[in-house]
Design a protein around this ligand. Structure first.
Ligand code: NI
Length: 169
């Protein structure tokens, strides 16, 4: 297992659209292990392959208190979204230190392959539903700050670029 570097907003690679995983093989399973290690190391609740500069439809999630319920979603598709919406504060490992409210479907059903290549349907609500939708956006090249006003987004962009410059000094 390896801890992989996470791309930081506004890195243009975060806007690439991921391609479907062709086969759940040893390469994908190794990637899943690395992504889980990277997510736990960064104290995140979700990580999309896009964030580690791999542009395949692969997401890992763990919203449990104990950090021992890893979820692997390969080629996830939302098959149902509740009409009722919920606004919750979101953060992102690619936008460190920024939290803001985003409106999402309150519940979703997601069909995906697991790490063994088995098709499963996940029924998600609450934090898990938020996390699934947030990570699936990453696969489409979308970062949560894009839901915010242009003014807020520009302020965040400036702040991130300043942090990144300072980190390199
Ligand atoms: Ni994120």
């Amino acid at each position: 297992m390896a801890i992989l570097p996470i791309l930081c907003y506004p890195d243009p690679r975060l806007h690439k659209v991921a391609q479907p995983v062709q086969t759940v093989d040893a390469r994908i399973q190794a990637l899943v292990s690395d992504m889980l290690a990277t997510m736990y190391d960064a104290h995140g609740i979700g990580l999309a392959a896009t964030q580690i500069d791999v542009h395949e439809r692969l997401v890992v999630i763990d919203v449990s208190e104990e950090r021992n319920e890893p979820l692997v979603l390969i080629n996830p598709e939302i098959v149902w979204a509740s009409p009722d919406k919920h606004v919750g504060d979101e953060g992102c490992l690619s936008v460190p230190g920024i939290y803001d409210g985003v409106e999402r479907a309150a519940a979703v059903h997601v069909r995906a392959l697991d790490a063994q290549g088995q098709s499963r349907t996940l029924e998600a609500e609450g934090l898990l539903a938020v996390c699934v939708q947030h990570e699936m956006d990453h696969l489409m090249g979308k970062v949560f700050v894009e839901y915010l006003s242009p003014l807020k987004r520009n302020r965040i962009k400036t702040k991130m670029l300043k942090q990144q410059r300072e980190a390199h000094e």
